[in-house]
Design a protein. Structure first.
Lengths: 342, 282
């Protein structure tokens, strides 16, 4: 792997992200002229353009109230999930690891169903994502406490505790779903399938605070993550506080994945595909893989959301289905290729 | 790249309401995002003021106003906020089950909305029609519609005075209608006992087939959709119900079963005619 290839990869990702964001805000059920969009964005950040208004008032409203927050949230969610995937894969030394291991998804689903079951999602602004976030964090705390009940847990102990908590949360979700009014169930089904419809600036602010902070913190932990990926004994021999570092990664990953899942529902495969695709291009070292994964995950989810809302006139496809339709075949292909080489 | 990120972050944290909400006076252009509103608005608004309805309004299997919606009105294939903003209605009519987060975005886009609620009872439906009439500036037309609804149900009640009340179980495998549901209210207004309520159920909830079998209904109420009757007759336990064996099953047209508008009076008359053919004719 050459430095030139790494640099090229970062350059391509750094160009791709603004390009897909611009495409994402220009395309949709109402088409907005890209030039007008660009002028409106520049005007908003104080670049003097002069002349007439960049867009008609209704297009301005669509751009600023509906589409831009949606696209930015897609980028945040994708970037966050990909960084978490990359960090956990290094931590667990397993390329199949992702945010699902933390119990975040099922915990968030349980929180979302509680919000819908009690009618809060229809009456109280932000009730659904906040309850989903609370559910995600409750699951993470449960994993942490249960795993530590018998002393410091091994990686396997942590992994299995996460699976058990996830199963419990999924069972609770099923029970509540069955007991929920059928008209309300539709809301939670949309959330479970993943999607960004109806997300505004408040959602972006929530996401930005947690996801950007958490992802940046994970990136600053890149060196300890690389040391941990050598193995626990080796890391301890290099004087790394293994347990504290592992828990810091676990907590930060939860702080990123929890809000990402709460705000967008289930968006599978991003945390697996982005790091997996990038390893041959930027290498396995976390200091390169994590920032590259953030950019790639952001690009992937912005494009997936664009496809979800433009493929059909009659319905928005669930975002989670689009990422799974792309991610699962890619992952199977990559797996086959690896096995063929082995 | 850094400048781009900074610009995006600045944008994210800026207030983003480019337009003030619409005028609070009578809205001239009304868009509907739910079928109940479609059915009411077709009756109470001049055609040129109804600028958008749901795509279900044209489907005779779900709508009681199929073929009557003005051709000029946009049909929403989905709850498409971007299209809604582009249409620029003065008022958007949404349902009780529209997400609070979606509604906040509607407001942020400079649109006003009216939420129809309380539709699980017949009186609530009349109140919702009156409230909608006031919201769209057509209170007199809405009042007439609500009064007709009330009058038709009063007449039905008069005809059913003293009639035996069969025990009716609504069945949408595996759901039934308990107390606090529009279907329960429909059953009771049609001169029957809602078995779902008798069983202590609340809302549209699943009912296991053993409990349904033990409740031994006099009549089963089904929606008239493909496979519903066949599924009931193929169900190992429910197929042995007296009501099923003796053919006391009412298949109700779907558009009547699901309506929460003034057409619920038609639904009550339809079911009453099936249950009490000696007293009521459809």
């Amino acid at each position: 792997m050459t430095d030139a290839r790494r640099r090229r990869t970062f350059l391509v990702l750094a160009i791709a992200l603004p390009v897909v964001v611009t495409l994402g805000v220009s395309m949709g059920s109402v088409s907005l002229p890209p030039l007008g969009v660009a002028r409106s964005l520049l005007a908003a950040v104080g670049v003097p353009l002069g002349g007439s208004a960049p867009l008609p008032p209704s297009s301005e409203a669509i751009l600023w109230s509906v589409r831009l927050p949606r696209v930015l949230l897609a980028a945040l969610v994708g970037g966050g999930l990909a960084v978490v995937g990359a960090a956990l894969q290094s931590l667990f030394r397993n390329p199949m690891a992702d945010a699902g291991l933390l119990g975040v998804g099922p915990g968030a689903a349980l929180g979302a169903v509680v919000a819908v079951h009690l009618g809060w999602a229809h009456q109280v602004f932000l009730a659904l994502p906040l309850c989903a976030f609370a559910g995600a964090m409750a699951a993470v705390v449960a994993v942490y406490l249960l795993a530590h009940a018998g002393g410091r847990p091994s990686l396997h102990g942590l992994l299995l505790t996460g699976l058990a908590v996830a199963a419990l949360a999924a069972a609770g979700t099923s029970v509540l779903l069955v007991a929920t009014e059928e008209f309300r169930v539709r809301t939670v089904l949309f959330w479970l399938a993943g999607g960004l419809e109806g997300r505004g600036w408040e959602h972006v602010r929530l996401g930005a605070v947690f996801i950007l902070t958490g992802a940046l913190a994970l990136i600053t932990l890149a060196r300890p993550i690389d040391v941990l990926s050598l193995g626990e004994d080796e890391a301890a021999a290099l004087s790394l506080p293994v347990h504290a570092t592992r828990m810091a990664i676990f907590v930060l990953a939860s702080l990123v994945a929890g809000p990402a899942t709460a705000l967008a529902g289930s968006v599978p495969f991003v945390g697996l595909v982005a790091p997996h695709a990038l390893r041959p291009l930027v290498g396995g070292l976390a200091r390169r893989l994590l920032p590259a994964s953030f950019l790639a995950g952001a690009v992937l989810v912005v494009v997936a959301d664009l496809a979800a809302r433009t493929v059909s006139d009659r319905l928005d496809l669930p975002l989670g289905s689009v990422t799974a339709f792309v991610g699962a075949p890619y992952f199977l292909f990559a797996l086959r290729t690896q096995e063929g080489r082995a | 790249m850094r400048a781009m990120l900074a610009a995006l972050l600045v944008a994210a944290f800026q207030s983003s309401t480019p337009h003030p909400p619409g005028s609070a006076s009578s809205p001239l252009r009304v868009a509907s995002l739910n079928l109940t509103a479609d059915e009411v608005l077709v009756e109470i608004l001049p055609p040129d003021r109804l600028i958008a309805v749901t795509r279900w309004a044209d489907d005779p299997k779900t709508s009681n106003v199929a073929g009557r919606v003005p051709a000029s009105a946009f049909r929403f294939p989905k709850a498409d906020l971007e299209r809604l903003v582009a249409l620029g209605p003065d008022l958007v009519v949404v349902s009780e089950y529209t997400d609070a987060d979606f509604l906040r975005l509607v407001e942020r886009s400079g649109l006003r909305y009216h939420r129809m609620a309380g539709l699980e009872s017949l009186a609530g439906q009349r109140q919702a029609i009156r409230d909608l009439g006031r919201a769209v500036g057509a209170p007199a037309a809405a009042e007439r519609l609500a009064a007709q609804h009330e009058e038709r149900l009063r007449e039905l009640d008069r005809r059913l005075q003293g009639a035996p009340r069969p025990r009716v179980l609504y069945w949408a495998n595996p759901h039934t209608a308990g107390a606090g549901t529009a279907i329960g209210a429909l059953i009771e207004a049609a001169g029957a006992e809602n078995l779902g309520r008798t069983l202590g159920l609340q809302g549209i909830v699943p009912l296991n087939s053993e409990r349904a079998f033990l409740s031994d209904p006099d009549v089963i109420l089904l929606g008239h959709w493909p496979g519903a009757l066949e599924a009931l007759k193929a169900e190992p336990l429910l197929s042995r119900l007296r009501a099923v064996r003796e053919g006391r099953i009412v298949e109700m047209p779907n558009e009547l079963l699901v309506t929460l508008s003034q057409h619920s009076a038609d639904a009550c008359w339809y079911l009453a005619a099936a249950l009490h053919p000696d007293r009521v004719r459809p």
